[in-house]
Design a binder for this molecule. Structure first.
Ligand code: AMP
Ligand code: MG
Length: 427
């Protein structure tokens, strides 16, 4: 599934139209000022030159990328007005070569500023796909367009082809079918993600366990008539888990007979790959959403922070919103994201690695704010399992730069670390 929300052709047409209108008015203005004698005849070519520079930078460059919005033309007008004022009243245009150079630098600076700002004021380009069992949305605000968004979606697909436990031919499917003592060569990405998963498992006292595949398969949340698995079956599946049995050396992995499930960390890890892909292609302002795992790149044009809604774990609506700057990752783990109900009991998909049953830690949802997607995703799952007291200790001792919003089963909220969270009124 792939959809394009803003046709680039229409945007370019709109941009060029607005730029032409602004610059047409500029030419009229220069002519008028020359006729009235406010701008000396000798300075008319300079005024028109300034106009051309502003037009080229504010209109031409960003429009070429198909992202210029009406803001670009306004900036074009603003930059030109400034240059014109200097021409008329600043004694500008006289003197020696040094002044000429300063003049040129000023023109370039004005034009570049306009180009930079109008890039951030541009209409965003947004593309979507379905991957990693969820909807993936890439929204680019500056530094790229449709081509960059499509490249990022292609990267998501490449990553899924390696990390999915359900996609034939993936590294994980291969590992889960390998002998207990077999050393399997995997891609560097898979090896890195496994290493990070094992390390976070260690730092969270085992709350995160990437070897729970046999157990999670028993909890058939997607079936139309899901059943609570037999206790003996859960125990037997749990026997196959144990992160301490997995060995990763370079790109060689030995599962020790466990079965791997990267469901708790894959989306975050892929988010990091997407960010790297966008940056490589020159994108400077973007928002990536992998089924609720959100990553921000760069600052918004108006300087305001990115606002990320936190879903209520108790039904429709939001519990609140988090404000973050660029370069952050926000991930939420909640029992409400995947569950079934049997005989009045809710069974959700976040498992306690000690019991093999849904974790009952007193928390209904955990949102984590970190500097990278993998950490945010892994910790949101782990802190959910760990519960409030242990979560606070884990962040304090192991992840002092990570923040979290914990929503307790009774709806009350606890903030851990430095988080800008506003509770939704009446939530
Ligand atoms: P998330 O939505 O990121 O919290 O991840 C939940 C998914 O991770 C589940 O659907 C399982 O596939 C897997 N999972 C469940 N419990 C755990 C756990 N304690 N540690 C690691 N993975 C888990
Ligand atoms: Mg997670």
């Amino acid at each position: 599934m792939s959809g394009k929300k803003k046709p680039a052709g229409k945007q370019i047409a709109l941009c060029l139209l607005l730029t032409a209108a602004v610059d047409g008015l500029g030419v009229l203005l220069v002519t008028l000022l020359a006729v009235k004698g406010i701008v000396g005849e000798d300075r008319v070519p300079q005024a028109l030159g300034a106009l051309a520079f502003c037009a080229a930078f504010a209109g031409g460059l960003p429009a070429g990328k198909g992202r210029l919005g009406p803001g670009g033309s306004l900036l074009n007008a603003g930059a030109f007005a400034l240059l014109l004022l200097l021409l008329c009243f600043g004694g500008w245009g006289e003197g020696i070569a040094v002044r000429g150079l300063i003049r040129l630098a000023l023109i370039l600076l004005g034009g570049l500023l306009a180009a930079l700002l109008c890039g951030c004021a541009a209409q965003p380009v947004s593309s979507q796909s379905f991957a990693l069992d969820t909807v993936v949305t890439i929204t680019i605000y500056a530094g790229g367009g449709e081509a960059e968004a499509q490249a990022a979606l292609a990267r998501v697909d490449e990553c899924e082809a390696l990390l999915s436990a359900h996609r034939q031919g993936s590294d994980i499917v291969f590992l889960n079918g390998a002998d207990a003592d077999e050393n399997v060569l995997v891609s560097p990405l898979t090896a890195d993600v496994l290493r990070a998963g094992l390390e976070i498992g260690e730092k969270t006292g085992g709350a995160l366990d990437i070897t729970l595949y046999a157990v999670s398969q028993l909890w058939d949340y997607k079936s139309e008539n899901p059943q609570v698995p037999d206790e003996a079956a859960v125990r037997a599946a749990l026997e196959k888990s144990g992160r301490g049995r997995v060995c990763v050396e370079g790109n060689s992995v030995c599962t020790g007979g466990t079965q791997l499930d990267l469901g708790a960390i894959a989306k975050g890890a892929v988010g990091d790959e997407v960010m790297a892909c966008l940056k490589e292609r020159g994108v400077v302002c973007a928002l990536v959403n992998l089924g609720g795992n959100i990553l921000t790149l760069g600052e918004k044009a108006d300087g305001s922070p990115w606002t990320i809604a936190v879903d209520s774990p108790f039904g429709e609506g939001y519990a609140g919103r988090i404000e973050v700057g660029g370069g952050k990752a926000v991930a939420t783990s909640s029992g409400a994201q995947r569950y079934f109900e049997k005989d009045g009991v809710v069974y959700h998909h976040i498992l306690d690695p000690e019991t093999g049953y849904p974790a009952r830690s007193g928390l209904a949802s955990v949102t984590v704010i970190a500097d990278d997607g993998l950490t945010a995703d892994a910790l949101s799952t782990a802190l959910f399992v760990a519960g409030e007291a242990q979560a606070a200790r884990i962040l304090e001792e192991q992840y002092p730069n990570v923040g979290a919003v914990l929503i307790r089963d009774d709806g009350s909220i606890r903030i851990l670390g430095d988080v800008c969270f506003t509770e939704e009124a009446g939530a």
